[in-house]
Design a protein around this ligand. Sequence first.
Ligand SMILES: Cc1cc2nc3c(=O)[nH]c(=O)nc-3n(C[C@H](O)[C@H](O)[C@H](O)COP(=O)(O)O)c2cc1C
Ligand code: SF4
Length: 565
Amino acid sequence: MTAMQKFFWFIASFGNIFALYLVFQDVSVSTLILLILTASYSSIGYFDMYHSKHSLNRLYPVVAHIRYFLESYRVEIQQYFIANDIEEQPFSREQRSLVYQRAKNVRDTIAFGTQRDLLEDNYLSLWQSLHPKVVTDDAKRVRFGGPGCLKPYDASYLNISAMSFGSLSASAIEALNLGALKAGCYQNTGEGGASPYHLKHRGDLVWQIGSGLFGCRDNKGNFNPESYRAMATKAQIKMIEIKLSQGAKPGHGGVLPAAKITDEIAAIRHIDKHKDCVSPAVNPECTTPKDLLNFVVKLRTLSGGKPVGFKLCIGNPVEFLSLCKAMIETGITPDFITVDGAEGGTGAAPVEFTNRLGMMCLEGVYFVHNALIGVGLREKIKIIASGKTASSFDLLAKIAMGADSVNAARTMMMSLGCIQSRHCNTNMCPTGIATQDPVRNKAINVVEKSERVKHFHRNTIKNFYELVGSIGLDNPAKLMPQMLKRRTPYGLLMSVGSLIEPLKHNDLVDEVSIDGPWSAWWHMANSEHFYSEDTYILSPAEFTRAKHASQSINQTKAGESPPLS
Ligand SMILES: Cc1cc2nc3c(=O)[nH]c(=O)nc-3n(C[C@H](O)[C@H](O)[C@H](O)COP(=O)(O)O)c2cc1C
Ligand code: SF4
């Protein structure tokens, strides 16, 4: 018998008898409460020991419930009582506070200096100029629309990333859209399609089409040009995005848990209400690079010439280069490519996919930026980046690495009041944002929350322009990867991305001056199919050079001569 079982038998026998005895002696509130307590304890304990399915309950009657209770509030307890300002994941208290302050439009400065360890490995920073500038007004929008586009769109540097109605509540979608309208940015609909809540306030939309083709499919699940055209030609739809993959679950289709599927969502998506809605991992219209590009043309034509692009998380680099080869061979280019980082968020995903797959945003953006330069197509295609954008520096880092604009999802949810409780996949969101429960949904005041979205956007953008100015630039488009510095384990600040050689215009096509990974990847790339074996072993010469350089600095400081390389 465990100590708790012995204790149970002690209370169940002597405790109850003693409580009964006291009640017979003196019937008062306190003796009655004591009797109720011992009797409840005994019944719960008896049930635990002889009927519970959990061995923990059987061995530790009654107290095991305390453990389950505390476990269900583990995230909150850790968040409120244990974690410090910078250690919480995915967003630290410091990052969240910044978003909340900017969303509420209250003081967002800190006192007494940084709390960060500036010598930490991989710490990112910038080198400022002695001649700061002011970003000019004409440099504050980004034009989307390549050669085949008839209706270009001028977007903000920061926009609302894809999150579907279904994953988010109707009020959250509305508040984001009204916020986008007030802030002058766009909202991406997410793969669930453009719902009435996206359309109600007339904020700019990017319509996302996922592998489930929600919003533009027929009864059999095939692409339906007529329903696509009807939506895509609406004035509110500014661009169309084909979703190939998403950083939090690349290689896996979208997941909407059955708990969150209402009659309305089932009707909008044409799906079964009682089963998890799992979209296929591969978009049926885009199984080869050339199919994807032909689909881009089809969507662009049917939309009347609006910018069309696709979203993906970079995995095997060869496959992206296969796509580049297909662009060269067909002459078809998307208007934009959205690069989502492995650190990205989701409403629901298998844990291994979230933790172990895909390139991080900065690495993916740097790779795509250079690949497009290498094939001479960079001017025709815009790059959008997404992955944990909480501060203006996060925004700037992505632009510096090669993005033209940035999408944010979770911090936009935080501007609505999300407290990072991470129950988005349960329909039990405590703030009414990621739930379809009508009672919780009502907790969101659409107009008030849209103001928060507006303020978060405005304040982040304002600080972004100031940061760009502080490094001596008057236009964010002039940011370059080498301006972003990363502290290495060798005590030296290196340009982020310097481990993979930056390419020059047409380097890949001309095949003259490239070697190392780029050359190997390029030769393996095949425009006829995506899948390619990942056979290249990365052993960058730059890495060795950087190591030597830092040794040289340390030894020179110590009065020794630098080693010969
Ligand atoms: C609740 C939620 C729902 C999402 N739904 C979609 C979606 O429908 N389509 C998509 O491409 N990405 C979706 N995402 C991913 C985001 O659009 C974004 O790419 C990713 O979270 C990275 O941005 P963040 O770090 O700013 O959150 C979702 C993310 C969240 C948190
Ligand atoms: S409050 Fe929690 S459940 Fe709701 S959106 Fe935020 S993380 Fe998800």
